[in-house]
Design a protein around this ligand. Structure first.
Ligand SMILES: *[C@@H]1O[C@H](CO)[C@@H](O)[C@H](O)[C@H]1NC(C)=O
Ligand SMILES: *[C@@H]1O[C@H](CO)[C@@H](O)[C@H](O)[C@H]1NC(C)=O
Ligand SMILES: *[C@@H]1O[C@H](CO)[C@@H](O)[C@H](O)[C@H]1NC(C)=O
Length: 515
């Protein structure tokens, strides 16, 4: 990555990391310009050293969330009336600040707070965020250029208005620049880096009340926003049951809304690597290790089920085990060569542990690599590879969101049935990859798996989408497949108004046929 090759930036990163050592940052809720502390105090812990409290923050209660909604509604009109260039300027500026003076701080907070390695932090917290800011701002500006046709004597204009109020759950913050106002509920495990980004946006000219910063208990936040008459949209990242619950709450409250809320969700995946006998073994091995274990498998697009023909399995297995023995799991701050660090929190650790324990005691599952875990200091889980003789075992259909890869070895000649199996084993359809040199098989697989993945790869791993190159998202249980990072995305969060203005008065009320 550029960062590792740029010494001055690396020094800045070391300084930032040293500055955060043992520190606990106090992070309030922010409504307008007001910093608010409620009594419900929480902590963000460093995943690889859970005795380090990275941030002390508080949960917004119902009353505070409602106060934030009222203040947002009041601020919306003026913000929405601003020229799009003015709104986009804030994002362009924030992108510059994050890529420049604030980069080291945001990287360091992502590494310590979320246990990402330097490369992972650089990719997500810097590169991708910066791309998203610039890309969405550019598209918001470009969108205004798309206008309807005029005819003689009339001018037609499309106004790309913001939604009347847009409420956003979890993670991201992009589209307040479409004239929307946003309640941002950061993930409990990312409060520190999220707050740093929020501060950058404010310092770059985002007026108060456009984004409210509200860490909160998920269900309380969900209940409160879905019962507000002003709800205009939800951008959710999280589990399927939570997204369904929000959707149901929205339907129950439908009569009270002023507008039909737009619901967008990204809910995870059970991403596959399909290997044909004609595949190049080394690229399968390298691609699968990367995809299954980078970020400790905590990536929506991570490969977690793999289908390998019996003829090539010995070679692939040997390759996987050889690389597996070189993977280092540890403290990403002390050791920059760490491949991945601890999983994000105790809940995650407990969930992954359960899957591994089950594999150890099941007769159809066999742990062939890894399988150890230890949460005495941090939430560490070894990269684990599990072979299953039952392709319908839940380990092949349910999301684990951890460093666990399940492999099903199939009789080489049955690859067509296996393609069907991949398509109908899991409710998800986020990402998937096909490894084959035989072109007819590549084409056959593309047809069989047309609906099995929103991001589909040929002879490449199932991860690593880049903003503007591979817009990201999946359908089925994986979500609403809106493809942030694509050119149509900004439209999702606008409510266009068409204006026809006539310059010539209507000369007659009669139709020509009336004579
Ligand atoms: C973990 O964090 C605690 C509290 O900040 C600190 O005293 C300790 O040295 C850290 N341990 C490691 C291994 O970094
Ligand atoms: C909505 O969330 C997704 C992640 O699930 C993110 O990529 C996207 O930028 C967010 N959209 C907005 C409008 O912030
Ligand atoms: C796979 O990775 C190894 C080690 O990094 C490398 O030597 C090898 O060339 C890679 N294989 C392919 C096909 O790129």
């Amino acid at each position: 990555m550029y960062l590792l090759s740029a010494l001055p930036e690396l020094l800045l990163l070391f300084q930032a990391l040293a500055g955060l050592k043992g520190q606990t940052e106090e992070i309030p809720c922010v409504v307008g310009d007001e910093h608010v502390w409620t009594k419900d105090i929480r902590y963000q812990l460093s995943p690889f050293n859970h005795s380090h409290k990275v941030a002390k923050f508080c949960y917004a209660d119902k009353e505070l969330i409602n106060r934030a909604i009222v203040a947002s509604v009041a601020a919306r009109r003026e913000w929405d009336l601003k020229p799009v260039q003015d709104r986009a300027r804030v994002l362009f500026k924030a992108a510059d600040v994050i890529s420049g003076p604030k980069r080291a701080e945001i990287l360091a907070k992502t590494m310590i707070g979320q246990g990402k390695t330097v490369v992972q932090a650089e990719i997500d917290a810097a590169a991708e965020l910066i791309d998203f800011f610039r890309f969405n701002a550019k598209h918001a500006v470009d969108l205004e250029k798309q206008q309807p046709l005029n005819s003689e004597g009339t001018t037609n204009t499309m106004l790309y208005r913001g939604l009347e109020v847009r409420i956003q759950l979890l993670c991201y913050y992009n589209l307040c620049f479409q004239g929307n106002v946003v309640l941002w509920k950061p993930s409990d495990t990312a409060v520190s880096a999220s707050y740093a980004v929020y501060r950058v946006l404010r310092e770059c000219g985002l007026p108060p009340n456009i984004i409210q910063f509200l860490p909160a208990d998920g269900p309380v936040f969900g209940d409160t926003v879905t019962s507000s008459q002003h709800l205009a949209g939800i951008n959710f990242t999280g589990s399927v049951p939570t997204f369904k619950r929000l959707w149901k709450q929205v339907s129950q409250n439908l009569d009270s809304y002023r507008t039909f809320p737009r619901l967008a969700g990204e809910c995870g995946g059970k991403n596959f690597h399909f290997v044909h006998k004609s595949a190049d073994v080394e690229s399968v091995v390298n691609g699968t290790i990367r995809s299954a274990f980078e970020y400790g498998g905590q990536k929506c697009s991570a490969c977690s089920r793999m289908y390998v023909p019996d003829s090539t399995w010995p070679a692939i297995r040997e390759g996987l085990l050889a690389v597996h023995s070189q993977l280092t799991v540890g403290d990403p701050v002390k050791d920059f060569s760490t491949f991945f660090s601890a999983v994000i929190d105790d809940k995650s650790f407990a969930r992954i542990k359960k899957w591994i324990d089950r594999a150890k005691s099941s007769s159809s599952l066999k742990v062939i690599a890894g399988g150890n875990y230890d949460d005495s200091k941090g939430y560490f889980v070894e990269p684990t590879i599990i072979e299953t003789t039952d392709p319908r075992d839940t380990i092949m259909s349910e999301e684990i969101f951890g460093p666990v890869l399940a492999v099903y070895v199939y009789p080489e000649k049955d690859y067509r049935e296996v393609l069907q199996l991949i398509d109908n084993t899991s409710p998800y359809a986020l990402t998937g990859a096909v490894f084959a040199q035989d072109r007819t098989v590549v084409d056959e697989a593309a047809r069989a798996l047309r609906n099995a993945a929103g991001n589909y790869y040929v002879n490449d791993k199932s991860t690593g989408s880049v903003v503007a190159q591979q817009p990201f998202g999946g359908a089925r249980a994986s979500g609403t497949n809106d493809k942030p990072g694509g050119p149509h995305y900004v439209l999702r969060w606008t409510s266009p108004q068409v204006v026809k203005e006539t310059h010539v008065p209507l000369a007659d009320w009669r139709y020509a046929y009336m004579g």
